[in-house]
Design a protein around this ligand. Structure first.
Ligand code: HEC
Length: 147
């Protein structure tokens, strides 16, 4: 009996393995795992900027503490208006001079001690890849004009 069960189990496992291979080849499985930027975004940014980069509600209006809510990172926000180097600095250092006035109060954390420079570039790369083609073309023209 136990021999039968073991053999049956083994066959079942083999079938599951075949099914998994047939239905989900590695290239299409679990995008969050394949894309380190998406993973980092989900872990470190989504709580404020939204799982779909949608930002916090009424993000243009200051809260009662005078601070701004987290803006969207999708094309409805203003993240894409800024050059990549500036986004990098804001993420690494927070909103401090020269990117913001001295003493500016913001809920945007500085990720310099939390994420490596490569991680920051990966997460910003993920955000950039969510922008529509027109937006990316506009940025390319504005920030890297053809010589
Ligand atoms: C605790 C909440 C919080 C988390 C977590 C957070 N942010 Fe922010 N972020 C904010 C807020 C609030 C602002 C707007 C601050 C302001 O303008 O005063 C902001 C602004 C920004 C800006 C500037 C956007 C612009 O258009 O000027 C960037 C870039 C940014 N965040 C990137 C990130 C990235 C990348 C992560 C994850 C690694 C992240 N943020 C995680 C709250 C957060």
């Amino acid at each position: 009996m136990s021999v039968f069960l073991t053999a049956g189990r083994r066959a079942a496992l083999a079938l599951v393995a075949i099914a998994a291979t047939a239905c989900s080849p590695p290239e299409t499985a679990a995008p969050a795992v394949r894309d380190p930027g998406a993973q980092l975004y989900a872990e470190h940014c989504a709580s404020c900027h939204g799982a779909d980069l949608e930002g916090q509600p009424n993000w243009r209006e200051r809260k009662s503490d005078g601070r701004l809510p987290a803006p969207p990172h999708d094309h409805s926000g203003h993240t894409w208006h800024h050059p990549m180097e500036m986004l990098f600095q804001m993420t690494r250092d927070g909103l401090v001079p020269p990117l913001a006035p001295e003493g500016y109060q913001s809920d945007m954390p500085a990720f310099g001690g939390v994420l490596s420079d490569d991680d920051i570039r990966a997460v910003l790369g993920y955000i950039e890849r969510q922008w529509p083609e027109e937006v990316r073309a506009m940025r390319a023209e504005r920030f890297n004009p053809a010589r």
